[in-house]
Design a protein around this ligand. Structure first.
Ligand SMILES: Nc1nc2c(c(=O)[nH]1)N[C@H]1C(S)=C(S)[C@@H](COP(=O)(O)O)O[C@H]1N2
Ligand SMILES: [Mo]
Length: 460
C-alpha cells in the first residue's frame, strides 16, 4: 500500500528564534503566527531558494514600478473616458447599471473630432504595450508569492490580500481586454461587466499599493544612480544589500544578465508590441504591420478600402432591402417624413473628414459626404432636438441602434453619410446611408440606417 511521504517534521526545522526575536518577527497573538510558520508546506523552501537572481531587489522593482506608475493612470482614465463616450445617460454604455460606481454624467464632446480615436487608441495600445513591464515587475517579486509563513500579522494579511487584488486585477484586465480585441469571448461572463468592475477593483488596489510603497520606491531609486546602473555590464552586476521587503534573495547567484539588460529586454518587448499595434490606428501601408489586429486587414482597395466592423452579410442585410425600395423615415415633430436615396442626394450635401474609431482598438480617417443630421432634424420638425434615436435595417445585432446627444446631432460635421471618398458607400460600410459624427465611438455610427427619431426637449 502506498504511503504518503510526510514533509519534514517540525523537529527537523532550524530552531525557533529566541523569544525576543520572535516578538519582533511576529505580531501578537504570537502563537498563531508561529504555528503557521511551523506548518511549512513541503517544497516551499526549495522553490523560493531556487530563485537566486542577483537582479531582484528594490531598485529594479522600482524601475518597472515607476514606468507603471506614470502610465497606468493613463490607461485607467482613458478607459473610464471611453465608457463615458458611450452615452451612459442613454443606457447604452455597457454595463448599463453600475450602481454607485456611476461616473459624473457629462455630454461627450464632438471636438476635437479625434478625441475618441485618442482615448480608445491609448487605452488599448498602452494596455498592450505595458504587458512586458507588468511581467517584468511580477518576475522581480515572484519569490514573495511563495514566502512562508504567508503572513506574520493581521496587517500583513491585509497587505497580501490587497496585492492579490492588485496582481489578480491587472492580469484579469489584460486577459479580458486582449480576448475582447480578438473577439474571443471565451469566458462565460459579459466582457464589459467584467472589465468595468475589474477596473475598479484594480484601481482601488493600485491606489492602496502606491500609498504604501511610494516612499520605498523613492528610496530605492535614489539608492542606485540610474546612469551608473545603466553602464554596469553583466560581469560587474552585484546584488543589492538585503532590504526590509525581502526582494533581494538571501543567497544570490551570479548574474546571467545585467540590470540594463533586464530593462532593455522589457523595453524591447514593449517596443515590439508597440510596432505590432500602432498600425491599427494608421491608414496606409503601415496598417499591414498591425499583426495583433484580428480584422481590418484584407478590406480591399479603392474608396471603400478600409476596415469593416460587421459586414452586410454578417448583419443579414439583403440587397433587396437596400435597393430602390429603401426609404429613410424621420420622426419627431408629430409627423413622419419619408425620403429615398435620390431625395437625400437632392438635399444640401456636406463633406467632412472624420475618423471611425472602434473600441476594439483600430481606427481610420476617411472623407464622408452626406446630409447634415441637423438638416434632417429640421426637416422632421425638431430643429433643436434633445437627442436622436437611430435604427438600422439590421434585425438582430447588438449595434443596430444608437442614441445621439443634442451636440452630436447639431455639429455641422455630423452626417447621414451617403458617400465616402467620392464613391457611394459600399454595402459593408452601410449603403444606402450611415451615421458619422465627430468623436463618436464607432459602434454608434450606425450603418444601413432605416429611421431616425428626433426627440424634442421636454417643455420645449
Ligand atoms: N447596423 C450596424 N451598424 C454598425 C455596426 C453594426 O454591427 N451594425 N457596427 C458598428 C461598429 S462596432 C463600428 S466600429 C463601425 C465600423 O464601421 P465600418 O464597418 O464602416 O468601418 O460601424 C458601426 N455601425
Ligand atoms: Mo466597433
Amino acid at each position: 500500500m502506498p504511503t504518503s511521504s510526510p514533509g519534514p517534521s517540525a523537529e527537523d526545522r532550524p530552531t525557533e528564534p529566541a523569544d525576543a526575536d520572535t516578538a519582533a518577527r511576529y505580531g501578537a497573538p504570537r502563537q498563531f503566527w508561529r504555528a503557521l510558520d511551523r506548518r511549512r508546506p513541503p517544497g516551499v523552501d526549495a522553490v523560493t531558494q531556487g530563485w537566486r537572481s542577483p537582479l531582484r531587489g528594490p531598485w529594479l522593482t522600482s524601475v518597472y514600478g515607476l514606468a507603471l506608475l506614470v502610465t497606468l493612470p493613463l490607461v485607467i482614465v482613458t478607459g473610464l473616458l471611453d465608457y463615458a463616450a458611450y452615452g451612459p445617460q442613454f443606457g447604452q454604455a455597457f454595463p448599463t447599471d453600475v450602481g454607485w460606481l456611476r461616473l459624473p454624467p457629462f455630454d461627450w464632446p464632438t471636438r476635437p473630432s479625434w478625441l475618441f480615436r485618442i482615448t480608445q487608441g491609448l487605452h488599448v495600445g498602452l494596455g498592450i504595450v505595458l504587458i512586458p513591464v507588468v511581467l517584468g515587475k511580477l518576475w522581480s517579486v515572484i519569490p514573495k508569492l511563495f514566502a512562508w509563513p504567508p503572513a506574520r500579522s493581521v496587517a500583513q494579511v491585509l497587505e497580501r490580500l490587497s496585492l492579490l487584488l492588485l496582481v489578480g486585477g491587472i492580469l484579469f484586465q489584460i486577459a479580458t481586454g486582449l480576448l475582447n480585441i480578438q473577439y474571443a469571448y471565451l469566458f462565460g461572463f459579459d466582457f464589459y461587466t467584467a472589465h468595468y468592475f475589474g477596473a475598479w477593483v484594480f484601481t482601488a488596489a493600485l491606489v492602496a499599493h502606491v500609498a504604501l510603497k511610494l516612499p520605498r520606491l523613492v528610496t530605492a531609486l535614489r539608492s542606485r544612480p540610474a546612469g551608473a546602473e545603466l553602464r554596469t555590464p553583466r560581469a560587474a552586476t552585484r546584488p543589492e544589500p538585503p532590504d526590509p521587503d525581502g526582494l533581494v534573495p538571501p543567497r544570490p547567484g551570479p548574474a546571467t544578465i545585467s540590470r540594463r539588460g533586464a530593462i532593455a529586454l522589457v523595453g524591447g518587448g514593449s517596443l515590439l508590441l508597440a510596432v505590432l499595434t500602432v498600425g491599427q490606428t494608421l491608414d496606409g501601408p503601415l496598417r499591414r504591420t498591425a499583426w495583433l489586429l484580428p480584422r481590418g486587414r484584407d478590406h480591399g482597395e479603392g474608396p471603400n478600402g478600409f476596415p469593416v466592423n460587421r459586414s452586410a452579410a454578417a448583419a443579414g442585410i439583403q440587397g433587396a432591402d437596400t435597393g430602390p425600395g429603401w426609404r429613410l423615415t424621420l420622426r419627431g415633430g408629430g409627423r413622419e417624413v419619408t425620403l429615398d436615396r435620390a431625395g437625400l442626394l437632392a438635399m444640401g450635401q456636406h463633406t467632412a473628414r472624420l475618423p471611425i474609431a472602434c473600441v476594439e482598438g483600430w481606427s481610420t480617417l476617411q472623407t464622408w459626404t452626406g446630409v447634415r443630421l441637423r438638416d434632417l432634424a429640421a426637416l422632421a420638425g425638431v430643429p433643436d432636438p434633445a437627442s436622436a434615436h437611430v435604427r438600422s435595417l439590421e434585425q438582430a445585432g447588438l449595434f443596430r441602434q444608437a442614441t445621439l446627444q443634442a451636440n452630436q446631432v447639431l455639429d455641422p460635421d455630423s452626417l447621414l453619410a451617403l458617400r465616402v471618398n467620392g464613391a457611394d458607400l459600399s454595402p459593408d460600410h452601410g449603403f444606402p446611408a450611415r451615421v458619422i459624427v465627430p468623436a463618436l465611438p464607432g459602434v454608434h455610427c450606425t450603418k444601413w440606417v432605416a429611421d431616425i427619431e428626433f426627440r424634442a426637449r421636454s417643455g420645449g
